[in-house]
Design a protein around this ligand. Structure first.
Ligand SMILES: Cc1cc2nc3c(=O)[nH]c(=O)nc-3n(C[C@H](O)[C@H](O)[C@H](O)COP(=O)(O)OP(=O)(O)OC[C@H]3O[C@@H](n4cnc5c(N)ncnc54)[C@H](O)[C@@H]3O)c2cc1C
Length: 505
């Protein structure tokens, strides 16, 4: 296995011994067989030198053990990469960005610490997956929903550390977290929001506490190890229905998007929607497949009281009727709770808060995502479509003619392009080159990625350059203050500690 950069073999061996004293030696992994499990199985560097290979992994079981691991890492200046369940496929999987990193694997910290049915919230450790929490809630017959992303085997904490998204009204996962416990690189344990009040009664209810609101700096960063996180859950609604709207004319797309945007911004439509071209493009976002000769189609999700969701769908129809030729189709319709038989037949279980792994059916060697944010407006979508259409044509990949905007987050669309990963070095190289060029072209046109694979974090951060990179300089000022030895994930999200910071042009 590779050594951590700049660390001598003997020191590393001492460090492994001390990790073992901290967590129990059976929870330190350094054999090739064990460590290779932490490599990115969707790596864009398959069979290449640059494919990051960890040096070892250490799996603590408590906050105190995390503190001990950080102490040892500081002593030997060993880089650590934290994972909660390590299922970040498409964005780096369970792997670090640099070979020789030691994985800080928090899967064993898997306790559901609290579920508050009355106030619809919970507090969990990092190793709790969406599937775990769902099982816990079902076993206790609690009438709350969680909001899973497509694959249910990941963790609420890891997904939220990446600012991921799902499908129900609680789909913006960072927005719906409430309170964190974080171990800083120096071992200090910080609780954010009301958690800083030792006798707090509202840690999972009121987010902001007192003074600067810090939670954001522990997401998409390398400033701390999150050991607990609170979330708002959704009280089981009475009903969920979907309705499909299609329009016949290409040129009505801007109006179509503007109406959709109005319905989302007024809260009439509450889950993730996706706009796609007629005749195809179902899949992600809960869309129900193409609609015959329609030019454009979208699927609208509604959640709440049965009478209210019916009225919201009617309201949506009224709005879209402004567009000549608009047609409407009733989609799924559920009253809760569901029977097991009904659950088995649901086409898109995540849209009713049921985590699953069906999204992986039939997938091949993997993929990475290119995920820029674009405006949620008719004009904005048209412009982005032209930009990416031209970009793909100029880069020798014509034919990507529409961008399938999705409403994972409020007030904007994310448009997700998928790049296949192959066990073919040449093809992966070409795709990486294409990806890097797209990041630049997107930024030149005002679109930035919301999240990216570890291989492209430097490229993405480079584009957030306002004020001569004042944002990155601020990140790195915080990094140096909190992590002077630069032990936590150096380079993650383009944030380097002083001792490893490369000269930048
Ligand atoms: C087919 C497919 C569909 C997908 N669909 C979605 C989707 O709908 N929505 C979505 O959001 N994602 C989606 N993903 C991406 C990914 O699978 C999920 O986001 C997944 O939940 C992330 O894995 P995880 O929860 O195990 O996080 P982890 O891998 O544990 O963590 C992700 C990263 O967060 C940081 N981190 C994790 N834990 C901590 C911690 N305790 N303290 C500090 N930092 C930490 C680390 O940098 C880590 O690498 C999809 C992926 C695939 C392959």
């Amino acid at each position: 296995m590779p050594l951590p950069p700049g660390v001598r073999a003997r020191d590393f061996s001492d460090a492994l011994k001390q990790f073992g004293e901290a967590v129990g030696k059976e929870w330190v992994f350094s054999s090739e067989e064990d460590v290779s499990l932490y490599r990115d199985s969707f790596s864009p560097f398959w069979h290449e030198e640059e494919d990051p290979v960890p040096a070892a992994a250490v799996a603590p079981h408590s906050v105190e053990q995390v503190q001990q691991v950080l102490k040892v890492a500081n002593q030997y200046k060993i880089p650590l990469w934290t994972i909660s369940t390590g299922r970040n496929l498409g964005y780096g999987g369970s792997a670090p960005n640099i070979s020789g990193t030691v994985m800080l694997d928090l899967k064993r910290m898997d306790r559901v610490l609290d579920v508050n049915e009355g106030n619809a919230s919970c507090l969990v450790e990092p190793g709790v997956s969406y599937l775990d929490l769902y099982k816990y809630i079902q076993a206790k017959k609690i009438k709350l929903w969680l909001d899973p992303p497509d694959p249910g085997w990941g963790s609420l904490v890891g997904n939220t550390c990446e600012r991921g998204g799902g499908y129900t009204p609680m789909r913006d996962h960072f927005e719906n977290h409430c309170g964190m416990e974080v171990v800083l690189p120096n071992g200090d344990v910080v609780r954010t929001g009301m958690g800083a009040l030792p006798a707090a009664k509202t840690w999972q209810q009121y987010k902001y506490g007192f003074g600067p609101y810090l939670d954001g700096i522990f997401t998409q960063s390398n400033f701390g190890v999150v050991t607990k996180m609170g979330f708002w859950l959704m009280p089981e609604p009475e009903a969920h229905i979907t309705g499909t709207v299609s329009i016949p004319k290409q040129e009505d797309l801007p109006r179509f998007i503007d109406i959709l945007s109005y319905l989302i911004n007024t809260g009439a439509v509450q889950g993730t929607t996706r706009v796609f071209g007629g005749g195809g493009g179902g899949g992600r976002g809960g869309a129900a497949g193409g609609a015959g000769s329609a030019a454009w189609t979208t699927n609208l999700p509604f959640y709440g009281a049965a009478k209210v969701v019916a009225a919201q769908w009617e309201h949506a129809k009224d709005k879209f009727s402004e567009i000549p030729g608009a047609t409407f189709r009733d989609g799924e319709s559920y009253r809760f709770p569901l029977s097991l038989e009904q659950i088995d037949k649901i086409r898109n279980p995540v849209s009713v808060g049921i985590p699953n792994l069906s999204f992986f059916g039939g997938r091949s060697e993997g993929h990475i995502f290119f995920a820029p944010i674009i405006p949620m407006s008719g004009e904005g979508v048209l412009e982005a479509t032209k930009v990416f259409d031209k970009a793909f044509a100029d880069l020798g990949r014509p034919g990507r003619s529409f961008i399938f905007p999705q409403s994972y987050f409020p007030r904007s669309f994310v448009t997700i392009f998928t790049f296949p990963i192959e066990h073919n070095v040449e093809n992966n190289r070409k795709n990486r080159e294409l990806y890097k060029r797209l990041v630049k072209i997107a930024a030149e046109n005002g679109y930035g990625e919301y999240r990216t694979h570890t291989a492209f974090m430097e490229d993405a951060m480079e584009t957030y350059s306002f004020g001569n990179h004042s944002l990155r300089r601020t990140h790195e000022t915080i990094k140096d203050a909190l992590d002077p030895n630069g032990i936590l994930a150096p380079g993650k999200n383009g944030i380097w500690p002083k001792r490893l910071r490369k000269a930048r042009a």
